[in-house]
Design a protein around this ligand. Sequence first.
Ligand code: PAF
Length: 286
Amino acid sequence: MTDSITTIRARIQDARREAEARGISSPKVVLVPTMGALHDGHLTLVDHARTLGDVVVVSIFVNPLQFGPNEDLSTYPRTLDVDVAKLAERDVHLVFAPTAAEMYPDGNVGTRVVAGEAGTTFEGRTRPGHFDGMLTVVSKLFHIVSPDIAVFGEKDRQQLFLVKRMVRDLNIPVEVHGVPIVRAEDGLALSSRNAFLSDEERQSALTLSRALEAAVAAEARGIDAAVAAAQSVLDGESAIELDYLAAVNPDTFGPVDSGYTGAVVVLVAAKVGSTRLIDNRTLAVS
Ligand code: PAF
């Protein structure tokens, strides 16, 4: 593990050369960007990364730029030693865990990536500036690590959409892969923030995945019926504070109308106690 940009670059170069020495002619470097507090969802990303390339790099950085002033930056779970041990068990030793001072030596950045219109809806509406901060750090990580491939979880679906669009818009030579959500046995989407939930809150939190399950069960009746089915499950749980439930076209992240057919992503976000959770499912509407 290193917290130094110079060192991680040198180690990645060494790893590329070692892979070449083993007979791999153009070794592929795969980056898994994370904010740590690694759970099985992250480890699935790492396993997926391994199938895609030869050198896997995991970054761990709780990026202050993507947290609003009243958000959970100071309490966000930080478990660096445990994270590094989990990665070592999976034979991942290229771990880049910089300090905020290493990433933002001036305390801030004068230059930022702007997510634009699609960064101001859903998560971006509730968390103004979040996606600019997220894209800025992802862009920095791409410049530091120079990966051939980067792997992101589909739980943060809007994030994945915006990263793919940034790569396309700014001609960044990185292939971006999305990996399906990993769920606990009870259906809850794995998230580092689940650690904040009490037992009772966790039961309420299951309403999100149950609502999406209801949407999938109703998909044959069209998009409006699917959203209505999800809404009625959410309406039945008073302990959650719904932020949004919406159906979007995965290619544009724009709304879909009643007659739409094809793949649709149903997104949900809600607060359970003081913890904000998001989830989504992809429907095939015909
Ligand atoms: O999804 C996350 O954990 C973060 O938004 C990311 C992509 C690591 C950027 O800080």
